[in-house]
Design a binder for this molecule. Structure first.
Ligand code: ADP
Length: 549
């Protein structure tokens, strides 16, 4: 009896002890959950207070400058100065709003990384176009280097990738003094399971960061507190977004930096290669490579490797002219000529002009140009250049351009005349419910010369389109969120109308939601393009140029 009584007491004691332990554990878990919730609440209020402070700064500039402009309305230069400042502040405000939206997407796990085929060449050239002018403005040396490239076509999210890279390079430009230098490098190495590692690095010799700050660089709103940094516009959200995007793509990001000496950001991302689209080229033939520098000529020749075309190197303009004179005489013309950046004896555009005269109007002359060629485009086209191939040079881009020109000669001749576009006689339907937005978009579009017809909601848009004769409208600019009928529904209805232009009219979504899913939804509704608000003139002109020329 006694024995079993002792046994029962001991058992009860063990049960009680276990229960006490479990309660203590639960208590601990509750305490931790409470601490986490408090920390997350504090983080949220820190976030909100930083955000309202950061929004107030540009808002203050916009409101203040508007008031100043109103009270000096007759002083043209004063008003112009106010408008310039309002523009700068609004661009800043816009990027802040975009960053905050991205942070909220990340926070709630709604950041979607798209998977689509993209070309590394396009990505690198987009970057050069976006960031080079900023560096040139600060008189900085800007170098793009391309190391070993295994696959030029990859699968990933090009928009988000561009966001990562523009953020990092943009910071390098921002936090490097005038005259400094920025070196950007891309290369690839093989990974497991057929993946390719895309390695990107950006090195600057700017103001750098302390070791202490590097530990906090990826925390939202963190910025170095120094007079130099305070003077530079920024929100401290860019790096937090970059880190999250890189993590979502299963990649790595590293930062090394030394105060006063500069910084290096390295990003590595594993990406699957995409199947290459076949390019149609002449089966065999000679391509002339005119460039006096050996390394550059070698690079061009490497890009032709495997194409079946044979490069013939010419080092001077005179050699080029002699070669073509003889070739014409002997009736063995090459397929095309690739003009480099430098020839010892003549400016390259003079060589282009001679070659054009000798070889006739359809002979493809491609200018491989390191510099931003937009300023020289007119002169080069006049001299006889058929197309430009931008540097850094990618084989796929070079071969695609060659293929286009050898199959459909002299595309630039056709494009050049209508480049700046006179759109009188062309008509667009602008669908927008907000009066102010309607006025702005209508004014911007009218500035290009197109006739603008308006509709206030999707229903009205469908009716207007259906009532017009076929091909009456060239483009429909369609807001998305509207009363009565939204833009997606209106696009679907227009596409399903029984008339020849229902499937061909361009429908461009105009929406405040600049997210990948919105782009997907508008594509699914049958729209061709997506423009995010606030709409800017350059983007509209780009669309008109592509559609109407
Ligand atoms: P910001 O909008 O302030 O540029 P980021 O999140 O992009 O915000 O960067 C956070 C901070 O990291 C910057 O404010 C700056 O202090 C520091 N930083 C980022 N990149 C560099 C760089 N290349 N050189 C020096 N400091 C940098």
């Amino acid at each position: 009896m006694e024995h079993s009584g002792n046994g029962a007491a001991a058992k009860r004691a063990r049960v009680l002890a276990r229960r006490a332990a479990r309660l203590a554990q639960e208590n601990e878990a509750l305490r931790k959950a409470l601490a986490d919730a408090e920390e997350s609440n504090q983080a949220k209020s820190r976030f909100l207070s930083s955000m309202s402070h950061d929004i107030r700064t540009p808002m203050n500039a916009i409101m203040g400058m508007t008031a100043i402009a109103q009270s000096h309305i007759d002083e043209k230069s004063r008003v112009q100065d106010c408008l310039d400042k309002i523009r700068t502040a609004s661009v800043h405000l816009m990027s802040l709003v975009n960053d905050v939206l991205d942070m909220s997407r990340i926070d709630s796990g709604r950041m979607i990384i798209n998977e689509e085929r993209f070309s590394l060449a396009d990505l690198v050239h987009d970057l050069a176009v976006i960031v080079r002018p900023q560096a040139v403005q600060k008189k900085q040396q800007f170098h793009f280097e391309i190391g070993q490239i295994l696959e030029e076509c990859l699968v990933g999210d090009p928009l988000r990738l561009r966001q990562i890279l523009v953020n990092i390079i943009g910071n390098a430009v921002k936090y490097t003094q005038e005259g400094g230098s920025i070196r950007v490098r891309f290369s690839q190495r093989p990974g497991d399971n057929g993946l390719v590692w895309l390695d990107f690095s950006c090195e600057d010799n700017g103001i750098g960061m302390s070791e202490e700050f590097l530990k906090r660089i990826f925390i939202p709103f963190e910025r170095v507190h120094s007079t130099a940094v305070n003077k530079i516009e920024g929100t401290g959200l860019g790096m937090a977004i970059v880190k999250n995007l890189v993590d979502s793509m299963y990649g790595d990001i590293r930062v090394e930096s030394q105060e006063g000496r500069g910084s290096r950001f390295t990003v590595s991302l594993p990406l699957p290669p995409a199947a290459r689209e076949p390019v149609v080229l002449p089966k065999e033939g000679i391509v002339l490579v005119a460039e006096s520098r050996d390394d550059r000529a070698q690079l061009i020749e490497d890009c032709l490797g495997g194409s079946g075309l044979t490069p013939v190197r010419l080092e001077t303009g005179l050699e080029a002219v002699t070669y073509l004179t003889e070739a014409r005489y002997e009736e063995r013309m090459p397929c095309a000529m690739l003009l480099g950046q430098e020839l010892e004896d003549m400016p390259v555009l003079d060589v282009a002009a001679h070659v054009r005269q000798l070889a006739g109007r359809d002979f493809p002359i491609l200018l491989v140009s390191e510099e931003d060629w937009a300023p020289m485009e007119y002169r080069a086209t006049r001299a006889g250049v058929s197309a430009f191939v931008p540097c850094p040079l990618f084989g796929s881009r070079l071969l695609e351009t060659l293929s286009r020109l050898t199959c459909a000669p002299n595309e630039m001749d056709r494009g050049a005349g209508s480049r700046d576009g006179d759109y009188s006689g062309r008509r667009v339907l602008l669908v927008e419910d907000n009066e102010l937005n309607l006025e702005i978009a209508s004014e911007l579009l009218s500035m290009t010369g197109v006739e603008v017809v308006t509709a206030e909601n999707g229903q009205e848009a469908v009716e207007r389109f259906a009532a017009g004769p076929e091909n009456y409208y060239d483009i429909i600019f369609m807001d998305i969120q509207m009363p009565v009928m939204d833009g997606y529904e209106a696009a679907r209805r227009i596409r399903s109308l029984d008339r020849a232009d229902a499937g061909t009219v361009w429908i461009v979504a105009m929406t405040a939601n600049a997210f990948v899913e919105d782009m997907r939804l508008s594509r699914e509704a049958g729209m061709n393009e997506h423009v995010s608000k606030p709409v800017d003139l350059e983007r509209l002109e780009d669309i008109l140029r592509r559609r109407l020329n």
